[in-house]
Design a protein around this ligand. Structure first.
Ligand SMILES: Cc1ncc(COP(=O)(O)O)c(C=O)c1O
Length: 371
């Protein structure tokens, strides 16, 4: 019997406290320079983000939801245009299509619990203009088929890479396959800041130019007003924090992959569970484990058992897929996604848990299924 421990799902105070002295120095430095809006730290971070992902351009924005919307606006979505997205994603994915003027068409998941290319093909209509895969939980979709479909049908691809900075498919970074992508720096993201933050990446100069204008009152990089825009800038202070954290990002990913390997080793044998792919399961994929989302028999009982033993878990997004929010006008039925949402649960996966915590979580999961 292991002693009771407290393993929260995510420890928000530690997102500050663990590198508090570095952060205080950053506050001092940025504050003393009065460098609050669109300053060097932001430019440095944008260059570092582009460099890290291999994208030609990066723009800091207020959050990833805005970034996705601005990407669709830059592409020029028009009323009635349909964009096919996965129903296993955050509402923000679909919302960005709506707020940019289009209509989201949520579809099924495949074996990998990500958007199913067959379902995408089947959902194409004369009004379809785009596909929006979500690189969910830090795993990049198999982009070969999706890009093939997009090319054949002349569709735009915008990747929701909010959860996938550093994730790769066949060595290529999430967010660099389509026309544009957005990444989130929400505090619980693998690269998180101390508030909201996001980035848009693209290889296409015209998309960069347009997103840049849209995010800064219609002004281009030279400050010339070229059209209507808004304010969706990333704060310079947040950019300075992200710059600091990006420097050790690969170490952070390595630790998360090590935790995933430990979960795999201990829980992989339990028939009642269906785990996400192990870090070394497929050389085509390099996953960063934004989340460790598995499917479990007696999921709700497991959640309660873990809670009573001090372990925090999460059933993502209120336990509903995008198309299950009927008030938003969806009428479709997607049995695979619905089944997934009856069984899914996330175990603690972050930089604040140590090996003993992981081992304790595994002990308790094993104990639950032995009962
Ligand atoms: C898959 C997905 N898309 C979009 C978003 C939106 O990101 P943000 O909170 O930065 O707007 C999130 C954030 O949690 C996400 O997980």
């Amino acid at each position: 019997m292991s002693h009771q421990r407290n393993v929260p799902f995510f420890n928000y105070p530690r997102a500050y406290l663990d590198d508090r002295s570095d952060l205080l120095q950053i506050f001092e430095d940025v504050g003393n320079r009065g460098a609050f809006i669109m300053q060097k730290d932001l430019r440095d971070f944008e260059a570092a983000l582009a460099g890290y992902t291999g994208a030609k351009h990066a723009i800091g924005v207020a959050n990833a939801t805005d970034g996705l919307e601005l990407a669709w606006m830059a592409i020029g979505l028009r009323s009635g245009d349909e964009v096919i997205c996965c129903s296993h994603t955050m509402l923000a994915t679909a919302a960005s299509i709506v707020t940019a003027g289009g209509r989201p068409v949520p579809v099924e998941i495949g074996e990998d619990n990500l958007i199913d290319p067959d379902a995408v093909e089947a959902a194409i209509t004369p009004r379809t203009v785009g596909i929006m895969p979500t690189q969910l939980n830090g795993r990049t979709c198999n982009m070969d088929r999706l890009m093939d479909i997009a090319q054949k049908k002349g569709l735009f691809v915008v990747e929701d890479a909010a959860q996938a900075l550093g994730s790769r498919f066949k060595g290529k970074h999430a967010g660099t396959f389509g026309k544009a992508a957005a990444i989130s720096f929400f505090p619980a993201k693998v690269l998180g800041c101390l508030g909201d933050g996001g980035g848009v990446i693209t290889n296409d100069y015209s998309i960069f130019d347009k997103v840049y204008q849209l995010h800064d009152h219609g002004r281009d990089v030279n400050g010339e007003v070229r059209g209507w825009g808004r304010n969706s800038r990333l704060d310079n202070l947040q950019a300075a924090i992200l710059n600091h954290r990006l420097a050790s990002y690969d170490k952070i990913i390595a630790r998360r992959r090590a935790i995933a390997a430990m979960y795999q080793e201990r829980l992989g044998k339990l028939e009642e569970l269906s785990l996400p792919p192990a870090p070394d399961a497929n050389p085509d994929h390099f996953d960063i484990y934004q989340n460790y989302e598995l499917q479990a028999d007696r999921r709700d009982e497991l959640k309660e058992f873990l809670r009573s033993n001090g372990i925090g878990t999460l059933i993502q997004w209120g336990g509903k897929a995008v198309h299950q929010w009927e008030r938003l006008g969806f009428t479709c039925h997607l049995p695979k996604v619905e089944r997934f949402f009856e069984r899914c649960i996330m175990l603690p996966m972050n930089m604040f848990i140590n090996n003993e915590d992981v081992s304790y979580v595994c002990d308790k999961v094993e104990e639950f299924y032995r009962k």
